[in-house]
Design a protein around this ligand. Structure first.
Ligand SMILES: [Zn+2]
Ligand SMILES: [Zn+2]
Length: 347
């Protein structure tokens, strides 16, 4: 089969690779669409976040690995001791490895598992014709949800987990920092959750235009003082979602929330940032953070099927697997007009 394999920083090769054998408890998926994520960019550009050196305790795999963790497809083969999944079924994969027996798993918080890992970062992923996953990762895709939309369930789950985890109530006002794919999907999810106003802050007008199409009020923080403008227009923000992860946006988030408000960190922030806890103290405001998602794929799929989340609006380009480096991993860094790029893999 053909696959996009990560060998190191700036070294992803589209090449022939042998299909993995399906073991007991596993399922083989014929991939239809797979989305390129920020963590794929980190792996490609900086060589971080990939299972290197030793095998992952649950996947038993290590680099070189096939990238890709946001994908939809069709069940091609079902291993022994798997029930409820049938060959030919349309599916989407929840790509989180979890042990099922640690303290966190036993409490249902499997995204906090001590052996937490991602398909496509800690094992071979979805930028390939076929991928073998654990049966517990498989969710059925109803006919109303396209394979393209299916490939967007995973990043939407990240955004909706943050919204559900937040203190947001119907009618409240929200700001989202960063209008990349996760920020844009957070705009959609906050609106679906009943926010009355959603501001989107970014420094690129192309991204802000997309945010506006999704129903956000765009604010370009390279041109205006975002904190001042939003405070004046909104009269106060209840929840600030931090999907940019830089010092200026964190400063703005902390100062923009009103008394009793909340800052929710979604961005994976590599460098330690300063947080003004005195401001939080005076306002009795909280800061919280969310990691990936748990128990939310069925709801996301149902919301898309019901037409309540028009996720396909964040797709700005579809490419072929052969072009993933030039027209995907490289392009996303140089051209900020793009949000989600999907790789078309199925026939
Ligand atoms: Zn992702
Ligand atoms: Zn666990």
């Amino acid at each position: 089969m053909k696959a996009a394999v990560w060998y190191g920083a700036k070294d992803v090769r589209v090449e022939e690779r042998e299909e993995r054998q399906v073991q007991s408890g596993q399922v083989k998926i014929k991939v239809e669409y797979a989305g390129i994520c920020g963590s794929d960019l980190h792996a490609y550009h900086h060589g971080v976040g990939i299972q290197e050196g030793q095998e992952h305790p649950l996947s038993r795999q290590k680099a070189p690995l096939v990238l890709g963790h946001e994908f939809s497809g069709v069940v091609a083969e079902v291993g022994e001791h798997v029930s409820g999944i049938e060959k030919g079924q349309r599916v989407v994969i929840e790509p989180l490895y979890h042990c099922g027996v640690c303290e966190y798993c036993l409490h249902g918080n499997y995204n906090q598992c001590v052996d937490f890992g991602f398909v496509g970062l800690n094992s071979d992923g979805g930028f390939a014709n076929y991928v073998v996953v654990e049966a517990y990762m498989v969710h059925a895709l109803p006919d109303e949800v396209s394979f393209e939309e299916g490939a967007l369930v995973e990043p939407t789950a990240v955004a909706m987990h943050a919204v559900r985890h937040s203190s947001l109530k119907v009618g409240q006002k929200v700001v989202v920092y960063g209008a990349g794919p996760i920020g844009l999907l957070t705009v959609l999810c906050a609106k679906a959750a009943g926010a009355s106003q959603v501001y989107a802050v970014d420094i690129f007008d192309e991204r802000l235009q997309l945010a506006e199409k999704l129903g956000a009020i765009p604010v370009n923080s390279s041109k205006v003082d975002a904190t001042e403008v939003i405070n004046r227009q909104s009269g106060g923000i209840d929840v600030a979602f931090e999907a940019a992860g830089v010092q200026p946006t964190m400063d703005s988030a902390v100062s923009i929330v009103k008394k009793g408000g909340q800052v929710v960190v979604i961005a994976a922030i590599a460098e330690p940032l300063k947080v003004d806890f005195f401001q939080l103290l005076v306002k009795e405001a909280t800061v919280t953070a969310t990691l990936a998602y748990r128990h939310i794929f069925p709801e996301i799929i149902a919301l898309i099927a019901a037409g309540a989340l028009d996720v396909k609006q964040v797709i700005t380009r579809k490419i072929e697997l052969d072009d993933i480096v030039e027209e995907g991993l490289e392009l996303l860094l140089s051209d900020k007009s793009h949000a989600k790029i999907l790789v078309k893999i199925g026939g």
